[in-house]
Design a protein around this ligand. Sequence first.
Ligand SMILES: C[S@@+](CC[C@H](N)C(=O)[O-])C[C@H]1O[C@@H](n2cnc3c(N)ncnc32)[C@H](O)[C@@H]1O
Length: 374
Amino acid sequence: MLPHSKDTTHIVSANPLVAISDTRYEDAPCFLYLPVGRADTVVVDYRRDILSKVAEWPIWSLPDDSLASLDKRPYNIEVVPDKGKGMVARREIRAGELIWSERPIYAARRTLTCAADQTDTNGVFYRAALQRLSPRSKEAFFALASAYPPAEFDIVPGILNTNCLEICMSDAESDEHHDPAEDSYAGLFPTLSRVNHSCTPSANYFFAFPTFSGQLWAAHDIAVGEEITITYTPLTAPRIERRAFLARTRFFVCACPACIVPPRQAEASDARRIGMCALLERLQHTRFPPCVSQEELEQALEWTEDEKMMVERAKVLLYGSQVLTVYGELRTAMDWAMRARDAFRMVEGEGSCNVRRLDDADRVHGSDLLKEQE
Ligand SMILES: C[S@@+](CC[C@H](N)C(=O)[O-])C[C@H]1O[C@@H](n2cnc3c(N)ncnc32)[C@H](O)[C@@H]1O
C-alpha cells in the first residue's frame, strides 16, 4: 500500500493547470483544474484530448451560479430524520422552477484505471486529485457525508461513491461519436449532492451541458418545509428491485411514500411502473415504427401521471408523438410533441436538447399545420 505522503503526481501544464496522476505510467489519468487561476473544479480523465477541449470551453469565464447569495436560495440544507442531511423548501416552490444550479467540484470518467497500489481503501489516487483544488472546494468536498464503512474505505472515495451524480461531457445529441457506455462521467456537487432520494421525487436532477452545471428542477409544487428529493434509481423498476438497488449501492432501506404503501397499492403501483417500462423499451429500442397503439400510449401517459413520474411522462409524450406521426395522426402528433416540449422544459429547462429539438420541430412543422388548417 502506498503511504498517503507519497506524491506520484507531476504538473504537465501550468496554464491551464494539468497534473498527471502517476508519473510511473505514461497514460495514467490526468487532473485538470478549472477555472484557470481559481481551481474550483477538478476534471479527471485519461483522455488528454478531451481535457484540452474541456479547458477551452467558454463557460469557464462565466460566473458560477453557486456563488449566488444564501438568501436567494429557496431551500435550506438541514437534518432530515433517518436520512442525515437533506434539502428542505424554505418557501413555496412552483412546478417547473429551477431550484438550484451549480458546477461540480469533481468530475471524472467512470471507467478510470489507476495503479494497483492506489485503491479505494487507501484513497491515494482521489486525494491526489483533490490536492490542487481551491480551499473553498476542498472544504465543500470534506463537508459531504460518506455512507461507506470507514474501516474498508478511505473517506475520499467514500464521499465520492456516496455523492456522485451522472454528468455528461459532450452535447450528446450533437456529437455523433458520443458513446453513452464509454463516455459516462460522474460529478460531485457541493449542494446538489445533499439531495436525498424518493421513488416519487419532487424534483429532477439534470446536467446542463451548455453551462456545465448540475440543475435541480421542481417536478411538482413543493410546500414550505417539504423535503426536496430526486431519484437515485430507475423509477420504472418495481418496488422490490428499487429497494434492493438502493440498499446495495446507497446503504439505506427506502421508506418513501411509494415504498411504504399497503400491499394492494404497492402491487398496483408496480404494475403501472412495469407496464410503463415495457412500453418505453418498445418505443426506444425496437425497430421503428414500433407496434404500439394510440390506446397503449394514452394508457402509459395515464400511468406516468398516476405515479407522478414527470420525466417518464415527457418521454412517453415525445416517443408517442413520433409513433403518431408514422400513423399519419399529424395533428395529435404535433399536440403530443408540444406537450413533450413543455414537459421537458419543466424538468430539464432550456439546456435540454429535447426542448431545443422540439422548438425546431415547432418552427418547421407547426406553421405547416396552421396553413393546413386555414
Ligand atoms: C447523496 S447523499 C444525500 C445527502 C446525505 N443525506 C447527507 O447527509 O449529506 C446519499 C446518502 O444519503 C442517505 N439517503 C439518501 N436518501 C435517503 C432516503 N430516502 N432514506 C434514507 N437515507 C437516505 C443515504 O445514506 C445515502 O447513501
